[in-house]
Write a protein that binds this ligand. Structure first.
Ligand code: ATP
Ligand code: MG
Ligand code: MG
Length: 556
């Protein structure tokens, strides 16, 4: 049974709401458009969009684009898409850079309030000013004593391009007596010699995160600014700036990050995997970027359920990949139809069989999914691994003299002989076993004429739980068998209907979320794995990805 989405009704998020029980709730999800989002971001999306949705409010998708050096168009688009795929609709898509003029004015205002000054110190000097055991007490440089007029002139000079990067920066005049380093006169603006993606060459100076984030939150009337715990120390400076300027004050609260073990999420590392061709790209199904998870066929509802199950607190969560798979499996179990697919087909000629039409339910658990008809032919194909040349007592599948059931076929079959080419069995000859006892096992099969498909089975990309700890680095931990390909798998004809009806509306009412590309064509390949169509599929060739194995330990 699906878990109700209770992460907002109780626990930490409920406490946060009770601290400021206002309506309407306004939140934001503020990614930096400098890379593809990963599974960790799904938590941030679920928390921010979900919180607003639960309270009947609004959530902005705000691109925190104040670092022109790292930003690219493709990331804006990919981020927007993935938020929509997860089922959330931003009240508006905004950009921190939309506020560059306003932020500039606020900076001048801060100078006029004697709460900011232009500083020309270098790294070594700033370090010295911060004090410490060896360096002695904290102190301010002489720039802190400049007059308002001087600071305004200098700041405008920065704006007008009179300084090169690092020659000058605007500093907030906070409280260096405070024990929190976030109050030690942080940078508000720096000179950057970079064209901005949206504002072009207009600006020579760009605001920092510490200056921008709290003000943009304020401009957008964010009620609850939810971020991860590495920003706890920043809460003081966040509040300081809004208070100093006398603007509307959102409330920042911090929750624990979602960390996944057994993979790497850092952009730099994934870029290495992609560039060195260890994976097919940023959306390779073995990765945990959201585009990869999507391509693999994981339904968005399963991701949200996963975040909800883990719950939200201030503690970071370290989760093994197997736990994520477990949630996906449970979700698919109750939402997708079943089909027969044979990975490694071997023909079985049933001497006394005649062609039949057989009715197969799409799911024995969900009758509302209905059923479909498949042809049963005199020659069927079964899984190579379901046959043994030599029988044994504890073996319950097909072997010479042994009887096995074929799903939904009226009689079980008994193998009588087989043909080989070298080491390889090329054909099995069988007969109906009309008198024998009920077979212990039923196996899947496909009829003659079934469509050939390519199946990609993805295993863990890394051998250990901590690829980063591997000797010589994470690349040395790569599992050489992380992708197995079955190029000549065969799938039954019911696939066409599964494809046509995808995403299945009978499935737990979440079909709107699952509406994507080919990856929303999902099904359980009986006795094999959960599968979804891969984006490499063409009109002539279907490519399938394994989403997850059917059972936990069958995954390796
Ligand atoms: P990364 O360096 O992994 O890309 P980030 O913190 O730089 O992460 P942002 O683009 O700034 O990523 O992320 C937007 C939002 O997503 C932020 O509020 C951030 O706190 C949140 N977020 C990022 N990673 C996680 C995570 N692992 N768990 C929960 N929230 C996360
Ligand atoms: Mg960031
Ligand atoms: Mg980032």
């Amino acid at each position: 049974e699906p878990e109700p989405m209770n992460m907002f009704a109780q626990g930490w998020l409920d406490e946060v709401y009770k601290e400021r029980p206002v309506k309407p709730v306004v939140t934001r999800f503020p990614p930096e458009p400098n890379g593809f989002l990963h599974i960790g971001h799904a938590k941030a999306i679920a928390v921010n969009f979900g919180f607003a949705k639960y309270h009947g409010g609004d959530c902005y998708l705000r691109f925190d684009d104040t670092n022109p050096e790292a930003e690219e168009e493709k990331y804006f688009t990919a981020i927007k898409d993935i938020v929509g795929w997860l089922g959330f609709k931003p009240v508006a898509v905004t950009y921190s850079s939309d506020n560059f003029d306003k932020l500039y004015e606020k900076a001048e205002e801060l100078i006029k309030l004697e709460k900011a000054y232009v500083c020309h110190c270098g790294d070594a000097e700033i370090k010295a000013q911060r004090g410490g055991e060896e360096r002695g007490p904290r102190f301010r440089c002489e720039h802190a004593n400049q007059s308002v007029e001087h600071n305004l002139t200098e700041f405008r000079a920065m704006r007008d391009g009179k300084y090169k990067p690092r020659e000058a920066f605007l500093r907030m005049k906070q409280n260096i007596e405070d024990g929190n380093p976030q109050m030690w006169d942080l940078a508000a603006y720096r000179v950057l010699d970079a064209e901005h993606h949206r504002t072009g060459p207009k600006w020579k100076i760009y605001p920092t995160y510490d200056f921008t984030h709290c003000l943009c939150d304020s401009f957008e009337n964010i009620t609850h600014s939810l971020c991860t715990t590495e920003f706890i120390q920043s809460r003081v400076s966040y509040e300081w700036l809004n208070t100093s300027l006398g603007v509307y004050e959102p409330m920042q609260r911090e929750y624990g990050r979602l960390n996944i073990t057994g993979t790497v999420l850092s952009k730099r590392k994934i870029a290495k995997l992609v560039n060195e061709k260890h994976v097919r790209g940023w959306d390779d199904p073995r990765l945990y970027t959201l585009i990869a998870i999507r391509r693999r066929g994981v339904p968005p509802g399963a991701i949200l359920e996963f975040v909800n199950e883990l719950g939200v607190t201030t503690a970071p969560t370290n989760i093994q990949l197997a736990r994520f798979d477990q949630t996906i499996r449970r979700y698919l179990e109750r939402t997708v139809p079943r089909l027969m697919l044979v990975l490694d087909p071997i023909p079985v000629v049933i001497e006394d069989a005649e062609e039949l039409e057989i009715e197969l339910p799409f799911s024995p658990k969900i009758p509302a999914m209905g059923s479909h008809k498949v042809k049963f032919t005199k020659t069927v194909y079964i899984e190579r691994s379901d046959f043994r040349e030599v029988d044994s007592k504890e073996y319950f599948r097909l072997a010479p003299g042994k009887t096995v059931g074929l799903f939904k076929v009226p009689y079980p079959i008994k193998a009588v002989s087989f043909t080989k080419d070298g080491d390889k069995v090329t054909e099995i000859q069988a007969v109906y076993d009309k008198e024998g006892t009920k077979p212990k096992t039923y196996i899947h099969w496909v009829a003659t004429g079934s469509r050939e498909v390519e199946v990609r089975i993805h295993n863990a990309l890394f051998k250990s739980e901590k690829p980063d700890n591997a000797e010589g680095g994470f690349l040395n931990d790569i599992n050489p068998h992380s992708e197995e390909i079955w190029p000549h798998a065969m799938i039954e004809s019911g696939f066409d209907e599964v494809k046509r009806r995808a995403p299945w509306p009978e499935a737990a009412g979440e079909s709107e979320l699952g509406k994507g590309g080919l990856e929303s064509v999902r099904f359980q390949a009986m006795r094999v794995a959960y599968m979804a169509m891969d984006s490499d599929s063409t009109d002539d060739k279907v490519v399938l990805n394994r989403i997850v194995s059917l059972k936990e330990d069958a995954g390796k």
